[in-house]
Design a protein around this ligand. Structure first.
Ligand SMILES: [Zn+2]
Length: 423
């Protein structure tokens, strides 16, 4: 009655699919798209018709984990965080993906989407029990899942790190590592052991050489930098909530206003409500404002826009921009105050030698002399080693979401644990 575990596309970053089944029940964890420019282009065909899947659990809202949800048949239940649902709905509305908006709305209304809550077990067919625990990641509510199936315990980390705003808490003058605490107090509750650890390893490859830079480092850096540079264009992902918060808080501390488009402002409202529920105002984005739009239509009245632009010149700003004409019109209009442009995304998109190279984005960054300040959404190898040691999987360590599973052998973990790495 031992469960069967299958991982598809585990040897690439993004698009990993995990299938766990017993004789009677089958669940899938994550069903996302390959990342743009992923080395392995073709996505696997998943035979939904014959696989008889009971439930799909999503770890978080990034496209490489959730992007293919439209392929999932209606009779398969979906499980995800509430923020994941709301963020995804906002994205699909913004890109006018009407079919996806309709599907999500319908599923929400007919009860086939269930929101995962911290440490609340979900029982599938009285057979597999899945419990989600929040982890620190660049997405707001990212979960790792403890799966109790066929007499063994499997821990699936999803994407994680410990250098974001939710990676540590400071209590009683002590630093608490959130994820290691959850492993200690929840996962290992009452002596429960983990048999199989399925863990991401994004940073095990060449990315391991990147400068190690926490969200807090970023916030502190920006707070200082904005004292001297009060006119800032920022290129950042709309769903990278921690980095958005770092820049927002740094701007606020310097009396500068954050400007963003209406779609990002909508996401800010989702993050604010969720953050407050969890007792933090880090994600408030309270006085973020709509970025001005200069209409180039003949006879258009831009009076109000020019007033806003004057306010921006006077009071300073952090404006979230993108590689589109309407942003460039605003940026060019503000060129008289010599704004700086910060690029807070992975450098790979600007590197012509990579498949992930984005020419339009690269040209845009070059035109405005952008410089990079970026925090990775993924754990550095040192923290992966700490997690493996803390979980202490009894049977197997299964690296996924990595181009360098071999790198796990070089981690600072015991020889005994190294012997359990799946090869
Ligand atoms: Zn992710």
């Amino acid at each position: 009655m031992k469960p069967e575990i299958k991982v598809y596309q585990g040897d690439q970053i993004g698009g990993c699919i995990t299938v766990i089944s017993t004789d009677n029940t089958k669940i899938v964890i994550d069903f996302g798209e390959n990342l743009p420019g992923a080395e392995k282009e073709s996505e696997i065909e998943f035979d939904w018709e014959h696989e008889n899947v009971d439930a799909v659990f999503f770890t978080h809202y990034h496209g490489d984990h959730i992007g293919r949800f439209m392929e999932i048949p209606d009779d398969v239940d979906l499980y995800m965080g509430e923020v994941t649902f709301k963020v995804m709905l906002n994205i699909r509305r913004a890109i006018k993906d009407d079919a996806a908006v309709a599907k999500l709305t319908e599923r929400f209304e007919n009860g086939s989407i269930t929101f995962v809550e911290r440490a609340v077990p979900i029982c599938i067919n009285d057979d597999i029990v899945v419990t989600g625990y929040e982890v620190d990641h660049s997405a707001y509510d990212a979960f790792m899942y403890l799966v109790e199936a066929g007499g063994i315990n499997i821990l699936h980390t999803g994407d994680f790190r410990d250098h974001g705003h939710r990676g540590h808490t400071f209590k009683d003058g002590k630093d608490h590592n959130t994820m290691l605490d959850v492993i200690k107090y929840y996962v290992h509750k009452n002596g429960r052991k983990v048999d199989v650890l399925i863990t991401e390893g994004t940073m095990m490859g060449e990315r391991a050489d990147e400068e190690k830079f926490s969200e807090k480092d970023l916030l502190v850096w920006a707070r200082d930098y904005f004292k001297e540079h009060r006119h800032i264009f920022l290129k950042v992902s709309s769903t990278n909530v921690d980095t958005l918060a770092s820049f927002y808080q740094a701007a606020k501390a310097n009396g500068m206003t954050m400007y963003a488009n209406s779609y990002i402002l909508k996401q800010f409202r989702v993050y604010r409500v969720a953050g407050r529920k969890h007792g933090t105002r880090m994600y408030d984005f309270w006085n973020a404002k709509q970025i001005p739009f200069i209409s180039d239509r003949e006879g258009a009245d831009n009076t109000e826009t020019y007033q806003t632009l004057d306010d921006m010149r006077k009071n300073g700003f952090v404006a979230i921009v993108g590689e589109y004409d309407h942003y460039e019109r605003v940026m060019d209009e503000l060129s008289d105050v010599n704004p700086e442009m910060i690029y807070s995304m992975w450098s790979g998109y600007l590197d012509p030698k990579r498949d992930a190279y984005d020419e339009k984005l690269a040209k845009f960054c070059e035109k405005y002399h952008a410089f990079q300040k970026h925090t990775s959404g993924h754990a550095y190898p040192e923290f992966i080693a700490q997690v493996i040691t803390a979980v202490d999987p009894q049977q197997m360590i299964w690296p996924i979401h990595t181009e360098n599973a071999e790198g796990f052998m070089k981690l600072d973990i015991s020889e005994e644990l190294k012997g359990r790495i799946k090869r």
